[in-house]
Design a protein around this ligand. Structure first.
Ligand code: SAH
Length: 274
C-alpha cells in the first residue's frame, strides 16, 4: 500500500503529477540494500524501497506509453516509431530531469544545449527516409539520443559535435547501450564531416541561417538532408534531396532549434544562450 499515492498520479492535475513524479524519482536513485532517508538519517527496509522504485518505473512507463500513443497518431513511418521505442530516452536525459524523460519537450543537457523533443526527432527521421543500408551523418550529437535511434535504423552513423564536454559522455552512453555502428567525432574546421562523405542522409539538429552549401555537397546523389533554417529564434524545417544535377528543397513546417555554429552558419559569440 505504501506506493499507492505515487502510482495514481494520472488522476491528479499536471502540477501535482510532476510533483509526484519528482518524489518517486527521489526514491528511485538511492542505491543499496536499505533506503537511507538522507536528511532524516533513517533507513527503511528493502521491500518498501522496492515499492517506491516500482512506483517510479510505473510512472515513467505510463508517460512513455502515452507519448508513443500520440506519436503513432502523428507519424506514419512505423519503423521510426519502433526504433524510438527500442531506445530508452531516460539513458540520455540528465539525472535531474529523469522524471520528464517521456514528456514531449526538449530538455536541457548543459552547455546551453538540449536533447530534442521526441516528436521533432520522429518528424525529422521520418523525413530522412532512412534505409537499412544507409550511411547517415548527424550534426549535433548532444546527448546521443537521436544518434541511437539512427543506429537502430541505418547501417552506419557518424555524429559530429563541437562541444567536447557533450561529445565524450554521449560516446559513453552510446557504447553503454551497445551501439557499435555509431562513430562520435569532434567537429573540425568545416561543417559536417566531409572526410566520411558522401552520405545517404544528413540530419542537422541545430539551426542554420541558410542552407549550407558545404553540407549539401556531402550528400550522395539521391541523398536527403533534413535541417532547420531561419533566424536564431525561429526556423522552418527543410528537406533537401540531391538529384543527379541539382537539389530539390521542400519545407516541412515551423520549428525551433539551438543555433548551428561554424563557418557557413552562426558565429559563436552571437549564439550564446539568452
Ligand atoms: N541530437 C541531439 C540534440 C542536439 S542539440 C540529441 O539527440 O540529444 C544541437 C547540438 O548541436 C548541440 O549539442 C550543439 O553543440 C551542436 N552543434 C552546434 N553547431 C555545431 C556544429 N557546427 N558541428 C557540430 N555540432 C554542432
Amino acid at each position: 500500500m505504501g506506493c499507492a499515492p505515487a502510482s495514481q498520479p494520472a488522476r491528479a492535475g499536471a502540477g501535482l503529477l510532476y510533483h509526484q513524479r519528482a518524489a518517486a524519482f527521489n526514491w528511485l536513485y538511492v542505491p543499496g540494500t536499505c533506503f537511507q532517508l538522507g536528511r532524516l538519517g533513517l533507513s527503511i527496509p528493502n521491500s518498501i524501497s522496492l515499492c517506491y522504485l516500482g512506483a517510479g518505473r510505473e510512472i515513467l512507463q505510463e508517460a512513455r506509453r502515452l507519448l508513443f500513443r500520440r506519436l503513432r497518431g502523428e507519424i506514419r513511418d512505423t519503423r521510426v516509431i519502433e526504433a524510438m521505442e527500442r531506445v530508452p530516452r531516460e539513458a540520455f536525459v540528465p539525472q535531474d530531469a529523469q522524471e520528464y524523460s517521456y514528456e514531449d519537450f526538449p530538455l536541457s543537457i548543459g552547455e546551453g544545449q538540449t536533447i530534442s523533443q521526441p516528436f521533432m526527432v520522429a518528424l525529422m527521421l521520418e523525413a530522412l527516409e532512412v534505409r537499412r543500408s544507409d550511411r547517415i551523418l548527424e550534426i549535433g550529437t548532444g546527448s546521443g539520443y537521436q544518434a541511437a535511434i539512427l543506429a537502430e535504423l541505418a547501417k552506419e552513423v557518424i555524429t559530429v559535435e563541437r562541444i567536447e564536454s557533450l561529445s565524450g559522455p554521449a560516446r559513453e552512453r552510446l557504447r553503454a547501450q551497445g551501439y557499435g555502428n555509431v562513430a562520435v567525432v569532434m567537429a573540425g574546421d568545416a561543417l559536417g564531416w566531409p572526410d566520411g562523405g558522401p552520405y545517404d542522409g544528413i540530419v542537422v539538429a541545430a539551426a542554420a541561417p541558410a542552407l549550407p552549401r558545404t553540407l549539401k555537397e556531402q550528400l550522395a546523389v539521391g541523398g536527403r538532408m533534413v535541417i532547420p533554417v531561419g533566424s536564431r529564434t525561429s526556423q522552418e524545417l527543410m528537406k533537401v534531396t540531391r538529384t543527379a544535377d541539382s537539389y530539390s528543397v521542400r519545407t516541412l513546417g515551423a520549428c525551433r532549434f539551438v543555433p548551428l555554429i561554424g563557418p557557413g552558419a552562426w558565429p559563436e559569440e552571437r549564439a550564446a544562450p539568452s
